[in-house]
Structure formats: C-alpha cells, structure tokens
Design a protein around this ligand. Structure first.
Ligand code: ADP
Length: 167
C-alpha cells in the first residue's frame, strides 16, 4: 500500500525557541513528511520577541531541515491546522504536569475538530527546559547557553539589555 503524505504542525509560543523545542522538531521530522513549526500570535501573553522575530530565529535554526517550514498564525490552533490540511498536531512532553494539560488540550482539539495530537517525549537533559525559565534566568543575568542555541542566547541577552536600559 502506498504511504500517505503526512503533514504535522508543531504549535507553540517559542518565546524564544529552546533546545527542548529543537529536540521535538528533530523527532518530528523522523515521523512526518512535512513539519510546520507554527508560532502562535497569542493576544494574552506578553512576549519578549515579536512573532516575526520568533519566526526569523526558528527559520535560521532549521535551515538544514528541508521538510520543516516556519510560520506564524492567528487564532485557534485547530483552525490553522485545518487551513493547512495538517494530519496531526505535534506536541512535546516534559513531565506529568505537561501530560495533564496536554491531555485536556488534545481531547478538546479532537472533539471540536477531529484532529489527532501526537506526543513525543523530550530527551532527559531538556526535561526542565522551558521558554519561561530561559527568559527568567536571562533577565537575572544568568547563563542560558545550556538552554538555547548560541544565536538565540545572543539575541536574548541583547533584548534584555535593551529592555533594562529603557527602564
Ligand atoms: P505553550 O506556548 O503552549 O506553553 P511552548 O511554546 O512553550 O508552548 O511549547 C510548545 C510545545 O513544545 C509544547 O508542546 C510544549 O510542551 C513543548 N515543549 C516546550 N519545551 C519543551 C521541552 N523542553 N521538551 C519537550 N517539549 C517541550
């Protein structure tokens, strides 16, 4: 039987992208023919980087991954997934706390839009990595080089410096 082409979307805030997200992307490209990293333009959160900057940063990092596309989107993830004719939503899991939250989200997305969610577990070394933790450590002048790649680290430190100089 001929294998069906599969397209997945990996939605998130990616403010900024971390080694944990990259780990999920590396796992995702082995599972799907095409992977769209989808940067949400959430109106509630107070982001450090604009969606355009986040897309730019991720695009630079996935330059050598031809099956990966990076885009930003407005509104509901399921609506975006439908518009992209995606087969699945890809999400990463770090801990049991993630499972609890993601379980509800996946159930809701399946019941309202009939879309399945596929979960991959992160490598142990990234189990505690998150964008929030990265932003907090950087804001206090800490070293985030083990959490994010060098170009992101540099942009993050520059952004924090700029924000501090404006205060
Ligand atoms: P959200 O904006 O929904 O909080 P994020 O942008 O932080 O999400 O992350 C998007 C996805 O990446 C989520 O599925 C989240 O669980 C996953 N993720 C984030 N950090 C890691 C990590 N260190 N390991 C595995 N998955 C992760």
């Amino acid at each position: 039987m001929k294998k069906k082409f599969t397209r997945a979307i990996f939605p998130g805030s990616f403010d900024p992208i971390t080694y944990g997200h990259l780990d999920v992307i590396h796992r995702g490209i082995k599972l799907f023919d095409e992977l769209i990293v989808a940067v949400g333009r959430s109106p509630i959160k107070n982001p450090l980087f604009t969606p355009e900057e986040r897309v730019e940063m991720i695009t630079e990092l996935v330059d050598d991954m031809p099956s990966v596309k990076v885009e930003s989107f407005h509104g509901l993830t399921v609506e975006y997934a439908k518009a992209k004719k995606a087969d699945v939503i890809l999400r990463g899991l770090r801990s049991l706390t993630d499972v609890q939250y993601e379980f509800k989200l996946a159930m809701t997305n399946r019941s309202v839009a009939g879309i399945e969610t596929v979960f991959v577990m992160t490598s142990e070394e990234y189990g505690f990595t998150s964008s929030t933790l990265t932003r907090e450590i950087a804001a206090m002048g800490g070293d985030v080089s083990r959490l994010v790649p060098k170009p992101i680290c540099d942009r993050l430190n520059k952004r924090i410096e700029k924000l501090k100089s404006m205060q």
